[in-house]
Design a protein around this ligand. Structure first.
Ligand code: NAD
Length: 358
């Protein structure tokens, strides 16, 4: 009974969520129910390959919907909740923070309350195995000076953007629901992800998409902001590991130990495109680099100390930045229509056609 119970993922049509769902079903785990609102960032096309899989159920809905969420838990009786759904883009949070507070804070609160009631109804093995996995970011820890040690699980929270503040708030709610109500939750804080299906507003897919069109490659400020990059499937595997073996109430930092300055990342991408698109009229792609005014409050450096998940749960990243970046560029080259759809609004039309009234 417990083994065949599904897991409920939220935000499974987004970048990390869809990689997680595809990987989960491909590796023959239990069924998945995916609750996603399909904002601009959620794209059911990502999941076309599993649409007919009997182990996959899609529900279009909002995690802030305090009627829908408890109903879903009662109906599907999941053995775990993996919570990805969020507004995730820092620049958007600067221009319009409201949606971030609503989804990231109110939405997490709604889920926690529903999970609490549902957990109280469980008995025996179902109760023993139930987990709430909250997927969060290293941005909650703020920014590092060049020689500061990397973020570890006890680094004080110091969020600087509305996005980071909203995620920090959600982490604190999860922590409180563990300590106050005994909800069996675990938090993960991961560094910057990259890979297939990432919306082309984020650094790596934006640069690839622009370079292919011969458009400027906008680099913020001096381009020396350092990020710690992790291939998305390594993150998904870390989440599965934490779900299976992580300790309730713990936080696990996840990172690839790949610190790179943004400008270096852009140069590496340009070199890869020069090589992989030899006939490109825009070669050398690095000539497209344009420096633009820095993002307000831009964090200078993130770095993750992942020794806890490595030592306690024996998780290590498999992909190096070089091989992961090459795979990512190859994926975007092979999936130009995906990029066209998500940037042209064609997929919004597809959503209306396929999901309205369901
Ligand atoms: P994303 O923006 O690509 O996807 C978010 C998904 O959530 C979309 O499918 C969207 O439709 C859905 N969603 C948004 N609001 C919703 C709501 N109110 N109800 C239901 N669904 C809703 O984000 P992502 O990059 O895949 O990130 C997923 C999670 O991982 C987020 O919680 C993010 O904070 C965290 N995270 C991301 C990174 C990264 O580098 N992308 C790193 C660490 C942690």
């Amino acid at each position: 009974e417990t083994r065949t119970a599904p897991i409920l993922v939220t935000g499974g049509a987004g970048f990390i969520g869809s990689n997680f769902v595809l990987d989960w079903l491909a590796t023959g785990n239990s069924p998945i129910v995916n609750l996603d609102k399909l904002t601009y960032a959620g794209n059911p096309e990502n999941l076309a390959a599993v649409e007919d899989n009997p182990g996959y159920t899609f529900v279009q809905g909002d995690i802030c919907d305090a009627k829908l969420v408890p109903r879903l838990l009662e109906k599907h009786r999941p053995r775990a909740i993996v919570h990805f759904a969020a507004e995730s883009h820092v620049d958007r949070s600067i221009h319009g923070p409201e949606a971030f507070l609503r989804t990231n804070i109110d939405g997490t609160f709604t889920l926690l309350q529903a999970a609490r009631t549902y957990y109280a109804s469980l008995t025996g093995e179902e109760r023993e195995h139930f987990r709430f996995l909250h997927v969060s970011t290293d941005e909650v820890y703020g920014t590092l000076a060049p020689n500061d040690p990397a973020f570890h699980e006890d680094t004080p929270y110091s969020p600087n953007s509305p996005y980071a503040a909203s995620k920090a708030a959600s982490d604190h709610l999860v922590r409180a629901w563990v300590h106050t109500y005994g909800l069996p939750a675990i938090i993960t804080n991961c560094s910057n992800n990259y890979g297939p299906y990432q919306f082309p507003e984020k650094l790596i897919p934006l640069m690839i998409a622009n370079a292919l069109k011969g458009k400027p490659l906008p680099v913020y400020g001096d381009g020396q902001q350092v990020r710690d990059w992790l291939f998305v499937l390594d993150h998904c595997r870390a989440l599965r590991t934490v779900l299976n073996q992580g300790r309730i109430g713990e936080t696990y930092n996840i990172g690839g130990n790949n610190q790179r300055a943004n400008l270096d990342v852009v140069h590496t991408l340009c070199a890869l495109l020069d090589e992989l698109v030899p006939a490109s009229p825009h070669k050398p792609h690095a000539q497209l680099i344009t420096y633009v005014q820095d993002r307000p409050g831009h964090d200078r450096r993130y770095a993750i100390d992942a020794r806890k998940i490595q030592g306690d749960l024996n998780w290590f990243p498999e992909e190096s930045f070089e091989t992961g970046l090459r795979k990512t560029v190859e994926w975007y080259l092979a999936n130009a229509t995906w990029v066209e759809h998500v940037t042209s609004g064609a997929y919004q039309h597809w959503v209306t056609q396929n999901y309205s009234g369901r």
